[in-house]
Design a protein around this ligand. Structure first.
Ligand SMILES: [Zn+2]
Length: 139
């Protein structure tokens, strides 16, 4: 199980002062390859398929820890659930209302102000959530 990729993940965790336990590494390994904006529950299913001994609490706690330490973005894109995004650089999201899939959209596709200040609120993060449908690719 310990391969080159795992070493890289261990280094990433250590750089954020997260102790790289075997279970955290297992959760992080699967999370860092999940670019489909999974919820904690989606990740739990995926992780337990490979590592059946990892508990729900470990998965949830590890995802929260990764988000708290800046290795993941916890986002509210669709109503009723949070998703975890391994892409932490600024980007927008497009929700296909037919399939429910969430696509990453480059930051420069939409012009937003460099800073958003709203009296009485402290802004942590912002991005657009664009809703529509994905067109069939032309061949
Ligand atoms: Zn994203």
């Amino acid at each position: 199980m310990y391969n080159k990729n795992m070493n890289k993940i261990a280094e990433a965790l250590k750089s954020k002062k997260i102790r790289p336990t075997m279970t955290r590494l297992a959760v992080a390994e699967i999370f860092f390859e999940s670019f489909d904006h999974p919820s904690a529950e989606d990740l739990l299913l995926k992780i337990q398929k490979k590592f059946s001994y990892i508990s729900r609490a470990t998965v949830y706690n590890t995802l929260e820890l990764l988000a708290k330490k800046g290795l993941a973005k916890k986002r509210a894109i669709k109503s009723g659930r949070f998703i975890y995004d391994p892409v932490i650089s600024p980007h927008h999201h497009f929700v296909d209302k037919i399939s429910g899939k969430i696509y990453d959209i480059p930051w420069d596709k939409a012009k937003l102000p460099e800073k958003i200040s709203i009296p009485g609120f402290e802004t942590e993060d912002y991005y657009l959530v664009i809703i529509g449908k994905k067109l069939k690719e032309e061949k």
